[in-house]
Design a protein around this ligand. Structure first.
Ligand code: PLP
Length: 219
């Protein structure tokens, strides 16, 4: 099947309240343009430089999401255009995003990344860290960031029960944070291998790469 066919099939399986982020990391611009021409407008990348190059080359009505682990010194390169940063896992990073957004006279939308997986390799904050951040004076002083939701990655495993437990943990954390910070309305969870489970657990945004664009070659 072609990229547009894969896209159409996935889109038609998603409930209306779920946003599809087409994860295009490592893929060449012609592949992204196939998705764009099929109507896709939200793309996710995990490297700042690659996202900047694609932003420069592609139509300007695309919403670019940074989904990867982000270093503070890279924020400035995308601050002018990034639509949503999924992987915010510490206050210093949020401060830097605020500073760079201010320079461009804009407000940048962010998600707090929570650690839900058993695996040590996954980044993220604890529910308590997130709660402390959202209620701190220092956070309330940041006027150029909007924290609009949470993001998480489940363990890479065939064990659906474990994946379901981890996604449920993120949904429950979201439910405890929401009363503290009313602007929360996004739960970003689910990738090619597990997005149907994520949706059943309450996901409102899925990040799907290989099921749209095919498997990646990192060489
Ligand atoms: C690569 C990536 C995805 C998409 O992965 P697929 O398995 O190809 O769908 C989703 N989220 C993050 C954070 C990623 O890095």
């Amino acid at each position: 099947m072609s990229i547009p066919q894969h896209l159409k099939q996935i889109q038609s399986s998603l409930p209306e309240h779920v946003t599809l982020v087409a994860v295009s990391k490592t893929k060449p611009i012609p592949d992204l343009m196939e998705a764009y021409n099929a109507g896709q407008r939200v793309f996710g990348e995990n490297k700042v430089q690659e996202m900047v190059e694609k932003y420069d080359a592609m139509p300007k009505d695309i919403q670019w999401h940074m989904i990867g682990h982000l270093q503070r010194n890279k924020v400035k390169y995308m601050a002018a255009f990034v639509d949503l940063i999924h992987g915010v896992d510490n206050f210093k990073l949020l401060q830097e995003i605020n500073k760079q957004a201010q320079k461009h006279n804009r407000t940048i939308n962010c998600l707090l990344q929570l650690k839900i997986a058993e695996e040590d390799s996954k980044f993220g904050m604890s529910p308590q860290d997130a709660q402390e951040l959202l209620t701190s004076e220092a956070f309330l002083a940041l006027k150029h960031v909007n924290v609009v939701g949470v993001m998480g990655m489940a363990t890479f495993t065939d064990d659906d029960t474990q994946v379901k437990q981890e996604f449920t943990r993120l949904k429950m954390t979201y439910d405890t944070l929401k009363p503290l910070h009313k602007a929360l309305n996004i739960i970003s969870m689910g990738m090619s291998g597990d997005y149907p489970i994520a949706i059943r657990c309450g996901s409102t945004m899925v990040r799907v790469g290989s099921s749209i664009f095919g498997s990646r070659n990192y060489n």
